[in-house]
Ligand binder design. Structure first.
Ligand code: AMP
Ligand code: ZN
Length: 115
């Protein structure tokens, strides 16, 4: 846990968030600046800065991020219409919060390629 990390503070409950899912290893919450009608973030409770920092020992929790992404998309009703799961890594990808997270976007047609 890092007190300077906004997502670690959400994990600890000291930063407000609209939580959609929580267990010991993973939480999901609404993005504060949504880019689609549904925009959530799925994060490990453990601080991992970015995709550049993942390790083999974390493979189970990293896989679980996708299971939770599927679950919250299903819960919000987007299984059939579709949704996008995306992860930014580093400066050129526009990563702004250095606590690894999956974006889950849905509720509008999402163009490809992204900007
Ligand atoms: P990225 O650019 O991939 O690092 O995405 C970071 C995301 O975190 C952005 O979409 C932000 O809107 C979102 N974000 C930043 N701070 C918060 C917060 N306190 N609660 C919810 N979402 C946040
Ligand atoms: Zn963190």
């Amino acid at each position: 846990m890092q007190n300077r990390c906004v997502f670690c503070r959400i994990v600890q409950g000291i930063e407000p968030a609209r939580i959609l899912y929580r267990d010991e290893e993973v939480i999901a919450f609404r993005d504060i600046n949504p880019q689609a009608p549904f925009h959530a973030l799925v994060i490990p409770t453990q601080h991992i800065a970015s995709l550049n920092d993942i390790e083999v020992a974390q493979d189970r929790v990293l896989g679980k991020l996708f299971l939770v992404a599927k679950q919250i998309a299903h819960g919000a009703g987007y299984t059939e219409s579709g949704y996008r799961v995306a992860m930014n890594c580093g400066r050129d990808a526009g990563q702004t919060v250095f606590h690894i997270h999956l974006h889950v976007l849905a509720g509008r047609f999402l163009t490809w390629p992204p900007g």
